[in-house]
Write a protein that binds this ligand. Structure first.
Ligand SMILES: [Fe+2]
Length: 299
């Protein structure tokens, strides 16, 4: 093999365990020869990439996301057929902000549980590409924890046990933890339960990560209470304060993270202030390791 080309940009760590800020990169040029390859390599190795001062419009945002793979299709949820850009916002569209009892705001609060996006979909996500448009004067950070670093920190016996387990995921499960009424909405009940193996090995680097989320409602071969206790224990182990990167958003920030190896959660902000992040998720493909994640395969 020839030597890899020098990186097209400089990077600087955002956290000792994972994540880098990519410097001097205009994401509107990310499709140029070699630039995407360098971004993708950094993504595989570092799990989280920060790009500042991007201010991408929807078209640029989608074009950048498509470089990673197919845009996640939640068209069954989005009955309006609109572009597949998801707002993570409390703005109502008429210049106001939502009232705190609004179910959409409860949904935002459910996003404040540690989770991985889209584990409940028939095809889970590879990456989320999230950009800040409007930020509040305080609060509203997004927190991240590497489940690769977290998995590496577990006892070898527990690692070995996890390699043979799988987790069952259900979207309404995480919503029910915030509000039972929220969990009844069709958009949270329409997907059949999914089951994925508990450890996702990155096919490029070979590194293993725990694949877990607030959507996990059962563990293969375990009684409900025992499984729930294991899930809580594992999420707590992954998200110890020293392992967490807290991102305080500035308008124009773009974060890309590897859903196979990172947990995240939102944090509150003064809800009388508007805040809008825009998200595009990309689906995982078989070559991203999905082929190894279906239960029943030999560990
Ligand atoms: Fe999320």
């Amino acid at each position: 093999m020839s030597e890899p080309a020098p990186l097209a940009f400089q990077t600087t760590p955002v956290h000792p365990l994972f994540g880098v800020e990519v410097l001097g990169c205009d994401l509107r040029r990310a499709g140029e020869p070699d630039l995407y390859a360098a971004i993708r390599q950094a993504f595989e190795v570092s799990s989280l990439l920060l790009f500042r001062d991007q201010h991408l419009n929807d078209e640029d945002h989608l074009a950048f996301a498509k470089l990673f793979g197919p845009i996640e299709d939640r068209s069954n949820i989005r009955m309006d057929g609109a572009a597949r850009i998801s707002g993570v916002s409390n703005e109502t569209g008429d210049g106001g902000v939502m009232d705190e009892a609004n179910l959409r705001l409860l949904d935002l609060q459910a996003n404040m549980l540690w989770h991985t996006d889209s584990t409940f979909l028939p095809v889970p996500a590879l990456a989320n590409i999230l950009q800040a448009r409007v930020v509040p004067s305080e609060g509203g950070a997004t927190e991240f924890a590497s489940t690769r670093a977290g998995f590496n920190g577990l006892a070898p016996e527990l690692q070995e046990r996890l390699r043979s387990l799988s987790f069952h995921h259900r979207y309404s499960h995480s919503r029910a933890r915030v509000d039972p009424e929220l969990a009844k909405l069709k958009r949270f009940t329409m997907w059949p339960d999914t089951e994925w193996r508990a450890v996702w090995a990155n096919p490029v680097t070979g590194e293993e990560a725990l694949y877990i989320a607030s959507h996990v409602f059962a563990v293969s071969g375990m009684q409900a209470e025992e499984g729930a206790a294991l899930v809580d224990e594992l999420i707590a182990a992954m998200t110890q304060p020293a392992a967490v990167y807290v991102h305080q958003w500035q308008p124009g920030d773009v974060l890309v993270w590897d859903e196979r190896a990172v947990l995240h959660r939102g944090t509150p902000w003064p809800y009388e202030q508007p805040r809008t992040l825009v998200s595009v998720c990309v689906s995982a493909g078989e070559g991203d390791g999905l082929i190894t994640m279906r239960p029943g395969l030999a560990a």
